[in-house]
Ligand binder design. Structure first.
Ligand SMILES: [Zn+2]
Ligand SMILES: [Zn+2]
Length: 289
């Protein structure tokens, strides 16, 4: 018998929490082993099965709602209307870590969850490249406040969320207010991405962002372009209409770039969606696929 996976709970958190309370809770014993390894597609599939979530749909649902894969899969080509790439439904195995190897927590969320549920957990939206909590606007903690080790499956056990470290608990940590508006906006943008249930058409997203960029002064375009870094220059060229050949392989980095930069171009995620919808019409609900 397993505990329920909580809203926004990362797959690693879910496995660690269950194993801590009941080491035999999972039928597949290698899930304990998985905690010290990458959470690859095979292991995500195991967890979906243990949850009783139907194979392909369950796998996609877990990837979309509980891993950082959302950043790579929310923007899709028109003919790929399921949660993730079709490849995850087949026998092919993605050996990469599909869940964040790093853990971050917000002390205010920890206290709030304990008040509400009686326990806290690791949230996937805190493990993405954000530095502050979108709800409390306080800095996320990525190193153990009691021993200074980073939270990483190979370095500091994720179980410390429930057993503490050196006899002290995370709920004792005081929170530090964030004063960086950009970081707060980025966290909120990403939180909204995580909570979004519609498939975003890539071609409409390209047009929307291109339209937005085209009215910016040159100096701002240059700043943005420098911001995206070398890895993303190709997709930035696509936004600007300088390159129309977005290959399947660059789709995931393109998707990440929108999520990284979108918060700077738009007031918020809903403004971005409004612009996309003005081009593509109403967006399709992801769960229908
Ligand atoms: Zn918080
Ligand atoms: Zn520690």
């Amino acid at each position: 018998m397993l505990f329920r996976i909580q809203s926004e709970e990362s797959v690693r958190s879910f496995i660690a929490r269950n194993i801590l309370i009941n080491p035999k809770g999972f039928n597949k014993e290698n899930l304990g082993y998985a905690l010290r390894r990458a959470i690859n597609s095979k292991r995500v599939k195991y967890v979906a099965e243990e949850l009783g979530w139907e194979e392909k749909f369950g796998l996609n649902r877990l990837l979309y709602n509980h891993t950082y894969m959302v950043e790579r899969i929310i923007i899709r080509d028109e003919d790929q209307r399921n949660y993730s790439l079709d490849q995850y439904g087949g026998a092919w195995e993605d050996r990469r870590d599909l869940d964040s190897a790093l853990g971050y927590f917000c002390p205010d969320c920890v206290r709030e969850d304990i008040d509400l549920l009686g326990f806290s957990y690791w949230k996937r939206s805190h493990a993405y490249d954000v530095k502050v909590c979108a709800k409390h606007n306080v800095k996320l903690i990525g190193e153990c406040p009691f021993c200074s080790m980073p939270f990483h499956y190979a370095k500091h056990t994720f179980g410390s969320m429930w057993v503490g470290c050196n006899g002290r608990m995370f709920s004792e940590c005081s929170s530090v207010a964030n004063n960086d508006t950009d970081e707060f906006n980025k966290s909120r943008f990403y939180r909204d991405v995580c909570g979004y249930n519609y498939y975003i058409s890539r071609s409409a997203a390209v047009k929307a962002i291109g339209r937005k960029i085209s009215i910016l002064p040159d100096s701002e375009i240059l700043n943005l372009e420098n911001d995206v870094g070398r890895r993303s220059k190709a997709s930035f060229a696509i936004f600007r209409g300088l390159n129309n050949s977005c290959t399947g392989e660059s789709l995931s980095s393109f998707s990440s770039d929108i999520l990284y930069k979108g918060f700077k171009l738009y007031g918020g995620f809903s403004e971005f969606i409004a612009e996309v919808e003005s081009i593509s019409g109403r967006l399709a609900v992801i769960r229908d696929y």
